[in-house]
Ligand binder design. Structure first.
Ligand code: MLT
Length: 267
């Protein structure tokens, strides 16, 4: 589905009814990573997954963006869709950075937070230098070079051999990314602030999901978020890399469904 928000096309999908559960994808992906969630969780919540600017079906904007810009895009989209009350916000990796920015900007709306395969800390100097290299690579060689760079890091090592269909799907999803989208996202991630103080202030339920074989986010990253968020639970999913909602959808959905029921009963 598509909506026009502030003159720009935004790709999204919406399924089910109940408490809104807004899902934000990682880099350089799009809403299609959440297919098993809108199919499997529609009986528990109103599942909404949208494409960030420059990814999937959402228009790119040829301008530098901050992580707060992505959060404002999510807000503008939700207002346009009539989602005004309490919601559960979920993000994977970069989507988690955007969810934390949203929480900073619009704290009253967030009744529950799902942070999957992500971290709350800012980029290290080394990661900032790598962002600059990836920006140069995207600009010189296009989105396919980024797909090639990211694909070997996204899944659990065993998934590459055992599930070629999933590897092909992840590649297809990434190939929708645009160079302006990639460049804006890399710049926004590089400059994002530390979100630990945001989590320290958050008193509502937080579900942290980690992949036991995630090559990009460590167990220590997940533990730090767990310690910072007051009312938090950490679920580490075995046989999952960086894309737990795609690699282990049943285990992921079980944890999220339980969480959504709890938050819905409290709101
Ligand atoms: C993502 O999966 O969204 C990114 O790899 C996160 C990052 O690069 O920090």
């Amino acid at each position: 589905m598509r909506a026009t928000i502030n003159g720009r096309t935004v790709g999204y999908i919406e399924r089910g009814s109940g408490i809104p559960c807004v899902l934000i994808h990682g880099y350089p992906l799009n809403r299609m990573i959440w297919r098993a969630q809108w199919e499997g969780l529609a009986d528990v919540a109103r599942v909404i997954a949208l494409d960030l600017r420059g990814f999937g079906e959402s228009d790119a904007v040829n301008a530098a963006a901050e992580i707060s810009t992505f959060a404002d895009d999510v807000r503008a989209f939700l207002v346009a869709r009539g989602v005004r009350g309490r919601l559960v916000l979920g993000g994977l990796s970069m989507g988690g950075y955007v969810a934390l920015a949203y929480l900073r900007q619009y704290p009253d709306q967030v009744a529950g937070l799902i942070l999957a395969n992500t971290k709350a800390t800012a980029d290290t100097l080394e990661s900032k230098a790598n962002r600059a290299k990836s920006i140069a690579l995207a600009q010189a060689s296009g989105a396919d070079a980024i797909v090639k760079e990211m694909l070997p890091k996204l899944l659990a090592p065993q998934t590459y051999a055992s599930n070629p269909a999933l590897v092909a799907r992840a590649r297809r999803i990434m190939r929708r990314a645009t160079v302006p989208g990639i460049v804006a996202a890399l710049g926004a991630m590089r400059e994002r602030p530390d979100s630990i103080p945001t989590l320290l202030k958050f008193e509502r339920p937080t579900l942290i999901i980690a992949g036991a074989a995630d090559q990009l986010m460590s167990a220590a990253d997940a533990e730090k978020m767990k310690r910072a968020a007051r009312d938090s639970a950490l679920v580490t999913i075995p046989h999952a890399g960086h894309l737990t909602p795609m690699e282990q959808p049943e285990a992921f959905n079980r944890a999220v469904a339980r969480f959504l029921r709890r938050v819905a009963s409290q709101s």
